[in-house]
Every structure is written in C-alpha cells, then in structure tokens.
Ligand binder design. Structure first.
Ligand SMILES: [Zn+2]
Ligand SMILES: [Zn+2]
Length: 227
C-alpha cells in the first residue's frame, strides 16, 4: 500500500468513534430497508401496477445514482459540499484502484452511507411515491416506494461487495464481479470524474456513454472481472 494511502487510512480510522460497529451499521440499513420495503409491498398487494411501479422506481433511482455520483459526489455544489467531501476527498483517498479492499468491519464507516441516510432516503422515496400515487393510485405508490428502497439496498450491497477483499469466489458471482471491475476502474484518480458512475450494474453508464470500456450491453453487464 502506498504510504499516502496508508497514512490517510490510519488517520481516518483513528477518527471513527469507539462505539462504532460495522456489522450493526449494515444490519440497521438492511433491517430498515427490507422492513419498510416489505411493509409497502404488503400494503400495495401484488397487482401489476405495484410491480410496474417498483421497476419504474428502480430505473429512475438507477439513473439518479448515476447523476448524483457524477454531479454531486465528484463536483462540489453549494448545499451538497458534504457529499463531495465524504466521497471525493475521503472515500476516493481511502480506496485507490490498487488498494480497494476493507479489512475490518469498522471500515464499513467509509463504505456505507451514514446510518441516518436510510431514513432520509425513505422520506425522499415516500415523497416521490406520493406524487406517483396521484395519477396511478395508492397501490402504485407503495410499489414505487418499495422500488426506491430496493435500489438503495442494491446500491449498498454492490458497493460493499466492490470493496471486499479479492476472494476468488467473488469473481464467479454474476453482476457482482462486473461491478467490482467497473468500480475499481472508477477508483483510478484520473478516471473518477469521467467514467463508471454506476455502483449497481452499469446500465446507465452504458446508456449515457460513460463506461471505461465501449462494448455491447450484455458484455457491459455480464463481462465479469477478468484479469
Ligand atoms: Zn468505492
Ligand atoms: Zn466516485
């Protein structure tokens, strides 16, 4: 590991509160996300409007992830500077393309969104779902809410997997292996502001021409992690 990266990591880890536990952090996000999502689906029932709305929310959130990563996490914007600092200054200094893994649960602090973010995102998705429900009905609104939360859980899961150690079995898990390669390339300092903004499978990157590799959609989504 480069000396500068090691020094930054040591300094960051020293600032993590004593009571912090990465397992609890992950469990909190998972429990709240799954719990609220399951509640919304049970309220909405299983009709077509619910599932169409869920997939709509997944797609909208997926493109939203791309936009936010490119335009707020890698550009300092008034009112959102905290996001830029946490991502560009901290996350991208903690992890470089040559040094991607975490080695201890306390390092989840630099990978996962802060614990309050799941509540904030639930509120944002609830507001979007309420608007969606105006023309399409309450069941569709519940489906939209569940889809938004599902996207957030997928975001955390894929990003977390991208920062796990280089265990051989991870290269055999479809989509996870693709995202690990895709995100590793994004962590090159010279590339981070220009390409590979998706953390979930890079459909938006492919549609918007910001993949580091120019190839077909199937190869982009299922290309894996060849080295
Ligand atoms: Zn990362
Ligand atoms: Zn980034």
């Amino acid at each position: 590991m480069e000396a500068a990266t090691a020094a930054f990591r040591a300094e960051y880890r020293a600032g993590i509160g004593r009571g912090y536990n990465g397992w609890l952090h992950g469990l909190w996000i998972l429990a709240l996300g799954l719990g609220l999502g399951a509640w919304a689906l049970s309220r909405g029932g299983g009709g077509l409007a619910v599932w169409l709305s869920l997939w709509t929310a997944l797609l909208v959130s997926h493109f939203g992830e791309w936009w936010l990563h490119k335009n707020a996490l890698h550009r300092r914007r008034a009112g959102l500077a905290m996001l830029w600092h946490r991502h560009t200054v901290q996350h991208h200094h903690y992890f470089t393309a040559a040094e991607m893994p975490i080695y201890a649960h306390r390092e989840c602090r630099i990978v996962l969104f802060p614990p309050y973010a799941v509540l904030l995102l639930a509120l944002i998705h609830a507001a979007c779902a309420a608007l969606w429900a105006l023309p399409f009905g309450a069941a569709a609104g519940y489906g939209y809410f569940a889809g938004g939360l599902l996207h957030y859980l997928a975001y955390e899961l894929f990003h977390f997997a991208a920062h796990l150690p280089d265990w051989p079995w991870l290269r055999r898990v479809p989509l996870i292996n693709t995202v690990r390669r895709h995100h590793r390339e994004h962590h090159r300092q010279e590339a981070m502001a220009h390409c590979n903004f998706n953390l979930t499978p890079p459909f938006a990157d492919w549609c918007l021409g910001s993949c580091d590799r120019k190839q077909g959609l199937l190869a982009t989504l299922f290309g894996g992690d060849p080295r």
